[in-house]
Ligand binder design. Structure first.
Ligand code: BGC
Length: 737
């Protein structure tokens, strides 16, 4: 008996030890999970383990903002969020309602127009990094942005989310945003590919545009996002192009994006952008989101089964009308995106609404604000010389991170212009609202209940006795303003702001107009107003950034990423009648062709109100001594334009030197000049620097419609060294052999 007990006890350590070994042994990871293997082999391996149903399930939504993983294999779901100025609050599984979480108040970064106005790719990099950290902390696989649709008309309700009118500027600014964002293991989703240049009829308008304009104007920023930044996902646009919806457009998706640019990531629809199963299957769409399923009856338990790329797609695969290779390609692209994000064990953990992110938001805001006019050097406002500052205008207090559509943000903090100015100038500030729009509303207009006359009278009273009036107006993020789902209805400022300004100017001439807009506006009062500041939508730190610039704590250094026409009919898209903009509700023909923005103004000699690339400083700069390294170049070479920039004023500041190229005697229409290089140069008072801006000869090519390829003609070109499209300082001739 004792012997038996003893021998059992003797076994205990052996069993225990053996157990320890098996507990400690590393479980063997499936091949696709082992990050030591090459990505493509892991994708193939995972794909080989999946059923057809599992692959199809990845190709469409399972909720408003997520799609299925493969639970059986431990492959995670894909979670997405808007984008592009911060991480949107959580919304409900199956509707657009707010989920009312209390941990999702984010940093609101400045709108992308402001980022573009910095003309500083380093700002894009810190912005992308910070917004990527926020998305990562919030456990997002994909951030739905950035947007790079070209600014074609000031009426587009969504211009504020994009990077302006010039394909070169937008390309240079979008690449670092994406690269730094994706270092967080979060996919960027560049949008809306392509030709979504207006909101009116966006869901169906059929855009007709020449190959040349497509290639030279509307596609380059997308191409840079794919070929240079290596973006992991792309969002199709709502509109049609040449009769096919962009979310399943053979030319845009299969031929250009995937074949020509070798995009290896996921094409995601805009929400509700798919319309047909066979086209979705065959024309390059990989993942369908947001389709409304009302009225479809095949499944009552799960509406998502009715998506074009759900059960109807499975049917076609089973029938053999769609080959399985098509499904495998889609699932591989989605797997690749998941492996790069969710299944990258080395990705950082992110951070959220941190003081560091607020600093990034402030820095970008301060660098992006554009000083449009400053006569008599009324700015900066010296606190020691001012006793009484009147701040007038609804935008001084209104939240401008709210509204606008899908880019709406629940911001942890939002410093209003009034708060920022009070922090800087204290009790010298008095405030009157002056005008009122209406409560934040997306998709409808709610007029204000406040009495316009009372508001105006209050404003005039404080304006009369002030040393200076700071008028903070502009548009807002309501429907028909800077807002998704509709275009503006007038080029003038809304809510009778022009009339209010007239009244204010009658009692006080020292008026500084600060405009919060993402779009150009008419300025019938421009001759009578000494200073105008373009202050975009600046996000969480708006008020601090505005106060820094108005006070001179920060010297403004932003420049316009789009032209301000004097009147709407001066803009190319508005020069050919309604078929050219906004279309006849079915079709729209881009008759302005390659002459978008300053290309139109310069070629047709139409003076703008403020030129593309314009922006003033509190100091002065002189450009001198421009030289190219050679006089004659082959098509494979790079022109190096060297010159000196000097800060000739009394304070530190930054100048943005711009190089525009003109082709002389071109055999085809070419714009008067096109931006091909720029550099933001920071200089202390008196300091000078010698700068070289390289311009690759191949970058001055045009799209040759005869051969369907890029072409550089031999001949004479001019390198225009400028400080805006309206201010060319030197013309340096070169020859291409
Ligand atoms: C917008 C997209 C957005 C999506 C999801 C769409 O209406 O056009 O930009 O990402 O909704 O909110």
């Amino acid at each position: 008996m004792y012997k038996q007990i003893f021998s059992i006890l003797r076994m205990v350590p052996v069993v225990f030890f053996a157990g320890m070994i098996s507990l400690n042994a590393q479980p063997v990871k499936p091949f696709y999970m082992n990050e030591n293997h090459p990505l493509e082999e892991r994708v193939k391996n995972a794909l080989s383990l999946m059923t057809m149903e599992e692959k199809v399930a990845m190709c469409h939504a399972q909720s408003k903002f997520s799609s299925k993983g493969v639970a059986r294999l431990g492959i995670p779901e894909v979670w997405m969020s808007d984008g592009p100025h911060g991480v949107r609050e959580e919304i409900l599984w199956d509707s657009w309602g707010e989920a009312k979480w209390t941990n999702d108040s984010c940093t609101a970064f400045p709108a992308l127009t402001c980022l573009a106005a910095t003309w500083n790719p380093e700002m894009s990099a810190i912005y992308g990094k910070a917004v990527g950290e926020e998305a990562r902390y919030r456990k997002k696989t994909v951030l739905l942005g950035p947007g790079v649709n070209i600014y074609r008309t000031p009426m587009n309700g969504r211009n504020f989310e994009y990077m302006g009118e010039d394909p070169y500027l937008a390309s240079r600014m979008v690449v670092p945003y994406i690269q730094e964002l994706q270092k967080n293991g979060v996919a960027a989703c560049v949008k809306h590919y392509a030709l979504n240049n207006q909101e009116l009829w966006r869901g169906h308008i059929n855009v007709e545009v020449s190959d040349r304009a497509l290639r030279e104007i509307y596609l380059p920023a997308f191409k840079a996002a794919v070929t240079e930044a290596k973006v992991w996902s792309v969002m199709g646009a709502y509109n049609q192009f040449r009769g096919e919806h962009c979310c399943h457009n053979d030319l845009l998706l299969n031929k250009i994006l995937k074949d020509e640019w070798r995009f290896d990531g996921t094409v995601i629809t805009d929400w509700g952008g798919a319309h047909n199963t066979m086209q979705s299957a065959m024309n390059g769409l990989d993942m369908e989101m947001g389709t409304g399923t009302d009225g479809m009856t095949r499944s009552v338990s799960n509406a998502y089964d009715n998506y074009y790329l759900a059960l109807p797609f499975l049917d076609e695969l089973r029938k053999g009308t769609v080959p399985e290779s098509v499904l495998n390609d889609k699932a591989s692209r989605i797997l690749r995106m998941i492996f790069r994000t969710e299944m990258n064990s080395k990705r950082p953990l992110g951070s959220f609404a941190s003081p560091e992110h607020a600093q990034v938001a402030r820095k970008v805001a301060e660098e992006g604000i554009v000083l449009l006019k400053n006569s008599g050097n009324i700015l900066p406002l010296d606190a020691s010389k001012l006793k009484n500052i009147a701040v007038i205008g609804e935008n001084a207090t209104r939240s401008l991170t709210v509204g606008g559509g899908s880019s709406n943000l629940k911001a942890k903090n939002e410093i209003s212009p009034l708060t920022g100015l009070r922090t800087r100038y204290g009790s010298k500030i008095t405030y009157a609202m002056g005008y009122a729009s209406g409560p934040p509303a997306y998709g409808r207009e709610i007029p204000s209940k406040l009495n316009a006359e009372t508001l105006r009278n209050e404003a005039i009273v404080i304006a009369r006795t002030a040393d200076v009036v700071i008028f903070v107006g502009g548009l807002n993020k309501n429907h028909f303003q800077d807002c998704e789902g509709g275009d503006r209805q007038s080029y003038n400022l809304p809510f009778d702001q022009d009339q209010l300004l007239d009244e204010i100017l009658k009692v006080n001439k020292n008026v500084v107009v600060v405009l919060a807009t993402g779009n150009a506006v008419a300025m019938p009062w421009i001759e009578r107003v000494p200073a105008v500041v373009q202050a975009w939508y600046l996000g969480s730190e708006a008020g601090n950034a505005i106060a820094s610039v108005l006070s001179g704590d920060v010297n403004p250094s932003g420049k316009l990423p789009f032209t301000f026409p004097v009147k709407l009919s001066d803009n190319g898209a508005h020069s050919f009648g309604p078929l050219c903009y906004p279309g006849d509700s079915i079709k729209e023909v881009y008759m302005d062709d390659i002459l978008v923005g300053y290309r139109w103004h310069d070629t047709k000699n139409i003076a703008p109100l403020f030129a593309f690339g314009h922006g003033l400083s509190y100091t002065n700069f002189a450009l001198s001594n421009p030289q190219t390294d050679k006089k004659t170049y082959t098509k494979a070479e790079t022109v190096k334009l060297t010159f000196t920039v000097q800060n000739t004023g009394k304070v530190s500041g930054a100048e943005i030197a711009q190089v525009y190229v003109t082709q002389k005697n071109a055999p085809v229409l070419r714009p008067a000049k096109e931006l091909k290089g720029f550099k933001k140069v920071f200089l202390k008072a008196g300091e000078q620097q010698t700068i070289t801006i390289p311009v690759k000869v191949e970058d001055i090519a045009y799209w040759d419609e005869k051969t369907g390829n890029w072409k550089v003609d031999a001949g004479e070109f001019v390198m225009n060294l400028a400080t805006s499209a309206g201010d060319v300082k030197f013309k340096v001739p070169v020859e291409v052999k």
